[in-house]
Write a protein that binds this ligand. Sequence first.
Ligand SMILES: Nc1ncnc2c1ncn2[C@@H]1O[C@H](COP(=O)(O)OP(=O)(O)OP(=O)(O)O)[C@@H](O)[C@H]1O
Length: 572
Amino acid sequence: MATLNKLAIRGIRSFDDKQISVIEFFSPVTVIVGHNGSGKTTIIECLKYATTGDQPPNTRGGAFIHDPKMANEKEVKAQVKLRFNTGNGKRMLAVRNLSVTVKKGGALTMKTLESILANANDNEKSGKRGVISTKCAEMDTEIPHLLGVSKAVLENVIFCHQEDSYWPLAEPAALKKKFDDIFEATKYTKALDAIKSLRKDRVAELKAEQARLESLSREKAHSDKLLKRVSDLNSTITTKEFEYEEVKREYDQLVQANKKFYEQSTKFREMYLKLESLQEKKTRYEEDLANAKENLHVVSGTDEEVMQRLNNFDKHIAEQKEKRRSEASNLQDLEDELAGARKSHMGAVNEHGSLKAEEKAQSRRIEERETLIRSIGTKHHLKGYDHSPLEKEKVVEFISRLGDLQRRQNAETERLQTESRTRMDEYNVMARKLNSELEALKQQKSTMKNQIATLRSKITSAEFSLDQTSSLTTDIRTLQGDIEEKKRRLDKVRQEIKDANYDEKIAEKSSKARALEDQREDLNGEIRTLSLQADSRARLDIKRAEMRSKKNEAQNMWVPGTRLVFLTVDFS
Ligand SMILES: Nc1ncnc2c1ncn2[C@@H]1O[C@H](COP(=O)(O)OP(=O)(O)OP(=O)(O)O)[C@@H](O)[C@H]1O
């Protein structure tokens, strides 16, 4: 609680400007006692002046300062110093200085000099002044603030001047203003208005935020949809990748089978050619043998020659045998070769059959591939693969286009994922922001609710007081009873009046009064007639006087020898 410590007065009212008078205030109460005119009011005035900067009423022109004539000076300097403790225990010092000077004509001129509001503790400890303000206006607002009471309370309640102390009996408008000042009602009204406008703003903001939230929710739903689409696309891509892998594997297998088939067909062709050449050889040998058999004939020549030939025959036979053996072995070889060739031919025929089957399977697979290519092409709008058969280059091109499409879809997926991540981040940021704003609004709402609860309790107390006023109805009933009683008494009096024939008497008096009225009317008529006559007579007199004067004028203007005739009119 704020307390006052000391007040030093110099040159105020009856306090001399030559010395400083110090008043110390004690806790819990200080009683100021003194004779009339000893300066008690002046102390309160000084306190009020020190705290609010307001001088007492009717002291314009320096009446608040010690009279220079009394001090026998041309100038008197006044000072009010107040040391006080603030609500939070700080010791403060407020100093206000004034001066009054006597002008030539004897009139007084007052001046407000330097004022200081300082921290008294700083002053004591360090010898320095912890000056807070030297401006009067600032001090006027700062000191009430430090004391923890409003200026209106200081002026009208705590240091209320005895001349102003009748303000509670003032007219309603002035009284209301005072109460408004004391209870700072304007501040609360303003605060209430501010709260209302703030509430309005907040409600509008809330609406806008709700709309934003809705749009964000819509966007979130959209982004969720997109995410779902992305995940669907991802799964489709995965399936397609899997399918692609399958197709590629099948394709590789087909390529491998093709290669094998080609190698086998080459081998078969080689073997077939070899077989043909061997058969040709065999035919040739057989022909040679037949030719040799045909060419066998009787040997001619001499005996010596024959002997020679015989001698050589064995050798020749041996040679021939040898030749035959070698030919037979050759034949055997060739037969073996032929059997081998036949065998390989059979193998080749078998292989040919299996290759044919493989070819069919390959064609079926190629057909399946084409169907797959066509369905994928239709699905992904890849045109130019509707014809059949599809060339190898077309298939390769399709695979490369499918690869491109996959890459594009991957890129699109990544873009969508990035976009969705960004959207999600934005949404999260926005959601966090909205949540914090919502929290703030909830806080405000709870504050408002508290205020509403306070107001409701006030209304309840007002209703209670209203109920109390219902006791007035009892009073009213009592009063009605009184009225009834009075009515009864009135009737009684009326009866008495009736009994006393007041009405007849009144009627008689009234008729008399009416007769007198009539008489008065007649008299008034007479008076009016008489006044009219008097008026006419007065006018006649004027006319007569005019006539006489005209007559005289005419006589004065008359020329002897002429005849003068007067016409006389009687107006009477
Ligand atoms: N400008 C002035 N110069 C010198 N003296 C003044 C001046 N104004 C007022 N006085 C004197 O100061 C005194 C005012 O005293 P004050 O009204 O403070 O006394 P009080 O103790 O409150 O008296 P009361 O008990 O009658 O209210 C009076 O004696 C008055 O003549």
